[in-house]
Design a protein around this ligand. Structure first.
Ligand SMILES: [Zn+2]
Ligand SMILES: [Zn+2]
Length: 157
């Protein structure tokens, strides 16, 4: 692991103090590379900072999100989760089983440019959640509907 990372350099450049809490939480997010709930972050942070409180974790996550160093995501569970802001991506979540997948922002880049060109907005939410049915659940649905009487293909329009 390099001792300096872009987020920290960035924070310093903006004149913010690198408090132990900020450093610890950034490290947790970076090392995990996954979505973590504030509670999970709190439990991990306590290992290096035994005195840290849950309120401090929330406040620090808010700060890191404002500084675009962390991303907050709603992933359908009603729970806000956090992750390190490093690669621009979006989420797909299966409505049926809750499975999640990620797609790279590059896939939507041209759509964003189109939105911006049409509206004059500069879109800065590079972290969207799309809901749908995963391949497994689509297959289940197909199997069910082809067995029963309620095959959607038989329904007159
Ligand atoms: Zn994400
Ligand atoms: Zn599914």
């Amino acid at each position: 692991m390099p001792s300096t990372n872009p987020s920290l350099v960035e924070l310093r450049a903006r004149g913010y103090r690198l408090t132990p809490q900020r450093l610890a939480i950034l490290k947790i997010l970076r090392d995990s590379g996954e979505h973590l709930t504030p509670l999970e972050i709190f439990h991990q942070a306590k290992q290096s900072l035994p005195g840290i409180t849950e309120a401090t974790v929330y406040r620090t996550l808010g700060f890191l999100t404002e500084q675009s160093l962390a991303l907050a995501a709603h992933i359908g569970s009603g729970q806000l989760v956090y992750e390190i802001a490093e690669n621009d991506h979006h989420h797909l979540i299966c409505r049926s089983c809750g499975e999640t997948a990620e797609i790279d922002h590059n896939l939507l880049q041209s759509l964003y440019e189109e939105f911006e060109a049409r509206t004059g907005y500069r879109i800065d939410s590079i972290h969207q959640t799309f809901f749908g049915l995963c391949p497994g659940c689509r297959k289940d649905l197909f199997n069910q509907s082809s067995e029963g009487d309620n095959d959607p293909r038989d329904t007159p329009d």
